[in-house]
Design a protein around this ligand. Structure first.
Ligand SMILES: [Zn+2]
Length: 120
């Protein structure tokens, strides 16, 4: 059971660390990390295909990462190197079809036209 002293800290600079363990804050952090992971996949897919939406999704990704940085700086700095490695593995050349990429799957789905509409 969490005591009020644990929640408030002992006045020795551990307030943030103890508060990070509060169940509600941990649940919030898990949600933010989940949203961040989904946005990171979408941003990498869109960037791989140079889609115009990539900038908006990347801005959302950065906003979520900033929220993590502000509320859970230790987690942010622990996770950041992993996020960079994951991003590298998610990016691919637009000419290469990647099984896990939703844009590739949509491009090669039956009935999808890859040509721009005829101007004639
Ligand atoms: Zn792709």
């Amino acid at each position: 059971m969490t005591t009020i002293d644990e929640l408030l800290g002992a006045g020795d600079g551990t307030v943030i660390q103890l508060n990070e363990r509060h169940p509600r804050r941990r649940a919030h952090l898990r949600q933010l990390l989940d949203v961040r992971a989904r946005l990171a996949v979408t941003a990498a897919e869109q960037r791989s295909h140079n889609l115009p939406e990539q900038h908006e999704v990347t801005r959302l990704l950065w906003a979520v990462e900033e929220a993590i940085h502000t509320g859970w700086p230790r987690t942010y700095y622990e996770q950041f190197p992993r996020w960079c490695v994951e991003e590298e593995t998610l990016l691919h050349e637009p000419t290469t079809s990647v099984t896990g990429c939703s844009v590739c799957r949509a491009d090669f789905a039956p009935g999808v036209s890859h040509q721009p509409p005829d101007a004639a």
